[in-house]
Design a binder for this molecule. Sequence first.
Ligand code: SF4
Length: 475
Amino acid sequence: MTLLRESVHDRRAQLFAWISADDAHGGLTAREIAEQTGMDGRTLRHDLTALAASRALVRTPGRPARWHLLEGAPARARSLPPRTFEQMREVFPTIRQSYLSRLDDCSLALLFDLEGADYSSHPQARGTLFHRFTAEALRTMQREGERRIPVGEALEILYEVLLQRDVPESERVRIPMRELPLLRIGVIKWAGENEFNVDRIAAIERRLSASLNYVAPTGELIERTLTGQVDLLVMNPPDGATVVDWKMTWALPAEPTGDPDPTRHLSYEGYFQQRFYGWLVMRSFPAVQSVTLREVYPLVSGLRKATLLRSDLEDVERELAILAAEFDARVQAGGESPLWSPSPGKHCSYCPRPGDCPIEAEARGEGAIEDGDMAKRYAAQFVVADQVRKHRVKALKAWVDRSGEAVPLKSAKGRYVMGWKETANGRRFVPFVPEDSDRGPDREEPDLAAALRASADQAEAQTVQGDAKVRRRVA
Ligand code: SF4
């Protein structure tokens, strides 16, 4: 039997099926499985670990370890069944913001969510507990009519939250002691640096909902309700609102430096959140004309924000309607449908089951790192690569200076060389396209905000012209 198929996903599914197929295949060591299946030992160990991480197999400790099926929780056996539209609507009467956000990034990761990722990482648990703390602290301040909360009282609330007494069992999270100092720092900074106008708070950790429509392939108009839970919603008279989102990370997104598009400086997931919550709040509160998303980073005392206007609402609703239609189509098609294709990116770092992804970690770009061990390996490779780079640059500079010519590089798109490039700030030793290339000089990054403004101006001009023509015809 040959288990070395092209796709990692297929290979792991086949390995899992092989172990499940025969009682004699349970309780074997990795070496015995490799002998019987003909798999390469290193690939096999990686696949066994991934299947264990996705709760399909369990590793019995010992030397050597033995691999068994995990009773009652096979990874792929929990795949979503195909459903009719009515069945789908019964199971998902509403669509949560977290599902649409996940789908926006990667549909296979959404499938993993829907199949049940019943665990949370320590950073996720830290974020969950911090959100519960802020909600409890804000409710206390609202009850007592106080704009600030003393640090001591805030810490007492944190310890109460950590006990998780009023939290349903299925929603309790586990956080190790080594994460607690970070939570304490966050709470102390949050309480020490923030002041809230509690009279203007409209919602704390409240789930809002609003409906939109899309046209089904049958031509039928489908109404769907989307929901999202805001951490904190504050009204800004006369007609504005602010959604506050707490971020428990150490890294702040890039600083806004005169960029006309503030959404570029939100977190990776911030663009979607800003549009979704802006839509949700304006639909829930018809008098609100603008919604600002404020991302607050208590650990680093940072803030990023961007505003959505009511005039943007129609575009956002069209975009969300497309996502809702895609969600419904995938859920109806079931977990075995090819619609659940992976889209790698930075979001792979938040993937619920990266071990089940058919794309090799190396090919996932920014989201390639799956765990701490992999991060250490990448860091070590970076140090070596950096040394090689420094050495090569020195040697190449010496060669270019001696020969007086840039070094040609192989490129499928035309001429490309490594050498001294003249720039506005002086010359730099980099790979570049020479001026006399058949490919043209390097292009600047497109200015998306300017392009959007230009297309909006054009659309408006055409509408005015169209109206004038209609008026002339009517006259
Ligand atoms: S690892 Fe990345 S590409 Fe693969 S399923 Fe997860 S999010 Fe999608």
